[in-house]
Design a binder for this molecule. Structure first.
Ligand SMILES: Nc1nc2c(ncn2[C@@H]2O[C@H](COP(=O)(O)OP(=O)(O)OP(=O)(O)O)[C@@H](O)[C@H]2O)c(=O)[nH]1
Ligand SMILES: [Mg+2]
Length: 393
C-alpha cells in the first residue's frame, strides 16, 4: 500500500512534577527540604530518512505519544527525562499543523497523563460536522449519516499551517516539545521559609493534530495518458521495474527510478499514474498524485504517437496541459519536454507530422521506449534540461 497523506495526533511527554520531601536521617532529624525536580517530557521528533518512500508507518500508528518525565523524588533525587520519540518519515514530507490541542495553563490539573485529549482528533471522530438527514417520525426519528457515501477525495481537505518541510536525509524537526519538569521543594527554601511545603507541577508537553503529506523529490516527472509508455520508459532508463501492461492505469502510485550516467552522475525520475481528461473532477485516478511532480525541475510530457485506443496525440497534449494547469498553474511554468513514444509503430510517423502541423513551436523528441530507440538521447536531454533548470534557479 502506498500512503502519501496521513493525519496524526502527536503529544510530547509532560514534565514530571517536583517533589515535596524533607530529609530525615538518624542524626539529621530536620535535614531540610529535599524534594527533587521532575524530569522533562520527551519530544516528538520527525526525522527525514531516504530509505523510506511512503507514510505507511504513520498510517498504521497515527498517534505519536512521547514518554512523560519522571516525577522528582525524596533525598534530592531528580526524575529521569522522558525519552524522545523519533519518527522516521520519507524525505519530501511536508508537515501541516491542523490544530493545537495543548491544554492551557488554566485547566491544568497537574500531570493527568491518563486523561484522554479533551477532544478526539478529527481522524477518530465518528460524526462531527458530517451531513445528517433527519427523518420525521416522532421519537423514532432516524438519522442517516451520509458520510459513508462521501468519497475520501471529494471531502474538502483541511489546510492548516505549514510548519515543516523535511527534504534532506537526517533532517530533524521537533513536532511537539516536551514539558519542563517541575522544581522540587528544595529549590524554594529561603532563610525566612525553611520548610516550603509545595513544589511545581510539571508543564504539559505540546500536542496537536497534524497532516503529513509526502511530495516525492525527483528531478524529472513523467506525465502522460495511461498506456503512453511511461513505465516502459522508466524501465529503459533506470533499474526501476514498475509494472508494464497493455491496459490503462497499470501504475497506481508513483514510482521512482534513478538514472545513472557514465560519469557517475545520477538523476531521479518519477513515473506517476496516467492523467486523463477530467482528472480534476476525479475521473480516472483523479489528479492528487500530481503533488509528486510539484518539486520536479523538469516535466516530461509523454505522448503515445501511435494513438492507441483511437486517441489523437495532439488532443492528448492539449488535455494534459489543461489538466496540469487545473491542478496548479505553476506546473505550467516549469521547463517541460514533449516526447513522442511508440515511434516504431507504422502510424506514428504520420501522426508526428500532423502533430507538428497542429501544434507549432513545440519541439518533439521521437523515441521508442520498448525498442530502446532514442532512449540514450532522451537520457542526455533530461540531464541537460535539469542542469539548465538548476542554473536558472
Ligand atoms: N509498440 C510500442 N509499444 C510500447 C512502447 N512503449 C510502451 N509500449 C506498450 O504500451 C503499453 C503500456 O505501457 P506502460 O509502460 O505500462 O504505460 P504507462 O504509461 O506506464 O501506463 P499506465 O501505468 O497505465 O499509466 C505496454 O503494452 C507497452 O508494451 C513503444 O515504444 N512501442
Ligand atoms: Mg505505468
Amino acid at each position: 500500500m502506498f500512503i502519501d497523506e496521513v493525519k496524526v495526533y502527536a503529544r510530547a511527554g509532560h514534565g514530571g512534577k517536583g517533589c515535596v520531601a524533607f530529609l530525615r536521617e538518624t542524626f539529621r532529624p530536620k535535614g531540610g527540604p529535599s524534594g527533587g525536580n521532575g524530569g522533562r517530557g520527551g519530544n516528538v521528533i520527525l526525522q527525514a530518512d531516504h530509505d523510506l518512500n511512503n507514510l505507511i508507518n504513520q498510517f498504521y500508528t497515527p498517534r505519536l505519544i512521547a514518554e512523560n518525565g519522571e516525577a522528582g523524588m525524596g533525598k534530592g533525587m531528580d526524575g529521569h527525562a522522558g525519552k524522545d520519540l523519533v519518527i522516521k518519515v520519507p524525505c519530501g514530507t511536508l508537515v501541516w499543523k491542523l490544530r493545537d490541542t495543548t491544554p492551557s495553563e488554566d485547566d491544568e490539573e497537574g500531570n493527568d497523563d491518563e486523561n484522554p485529549p479533551a477532544e478526539k482528533p478529527a481522524f477518530m471522530t465518528s460524526s462531527s460536522n458530517r451531513p445528517v438527514i433527519r427523518r420525521a417520525g416522532g421519537e423514532r426519528a432516524m438519522e442517516i449519516d451520509l458520510s459513508e457515501e462521501e468519497n475520501e477525495s471529494t471531502k474538502p481537505r483541511e489546510e492548516g499551517e505549514l510548519v515543516a518541510d523535511l527534504t534532506e536525509n537526517g533532517q530533524q524537526f521537533i513536532l511537539c516539545k516536551g514539558g519542563r519538569g517541575g522544581l522540587g521543594n528544595r529549590n524554594f527554601a529561603t532563610a525566612r521559609r525553611q520548610t516550603p511545603r509545595f513544589a511545581q507541577p510539571g508543564e504539559h508537553g505540546t500536542e496537536g493534530e497534524f497532516r503529513f503529506e509526502l511530495r516525492i523529490i525527483a528531478e524529472v516527472g513523467l506525465v502522460g495518458y495511461p498506456n503512453a509508455g511511461k513505465s516502459t520508459l522508466l524501465t529503459a532508463i533506470s533499474k526501476a521495474r514498475p509494472k508494464v501492461a497493455p491496459y490503462p492505469f497499470t501504475t497506481l502510485h508513483p514510482q521512482i527510478g534513478i538514472v545513472e550516467y557514465q560519469d557517475f552522475a545520477r538523476l531521479t525520475v518519477c513515473d506517476v499514474p496516467g492523467l486523463i481528461e477530467g482528472a480534476h473532477n476525479n475521473v480516472g485516478l483523479g489528479h492528487a498524485f500530481l503533488r509528486h511532480i510539484e518539486r520536479c525541475k523538469v516535466i516530461v510530457l509523454l505522448l503515445d504517437m501511435a494513438g492507441t485506443d483511437g486517441r489523437k496525440p495532439w488532443d492528448d497534449y492539449k488535455q494534459l496541459l489543461n489538466e496540469l494547469g487545473l491542478y496548479d498553474e505553476t506546473l505550467l511554468e516549469k521547463p517541460r519536454m514533449v516526447v513522442a513514444n511508440k515511434m516504431d509503430e507504422a502510424v506514428s510517423e504520420e501522426n508526428l507530422k500532423t502533430f507538428k502541423r497542429k501544434i507549432r513551436k513545440v519541439s518533439v523528441m521521437p523515441i521508442s521506449a520498448a525498442f530502446d530507440e532514442g532512449v540514450e538521447k532522451f537520457k542526455q536531454t533530461i540531464r541537460d534540461a535539469v542542469e539548465a533548470a538548476a542554473k536558472k534557479e
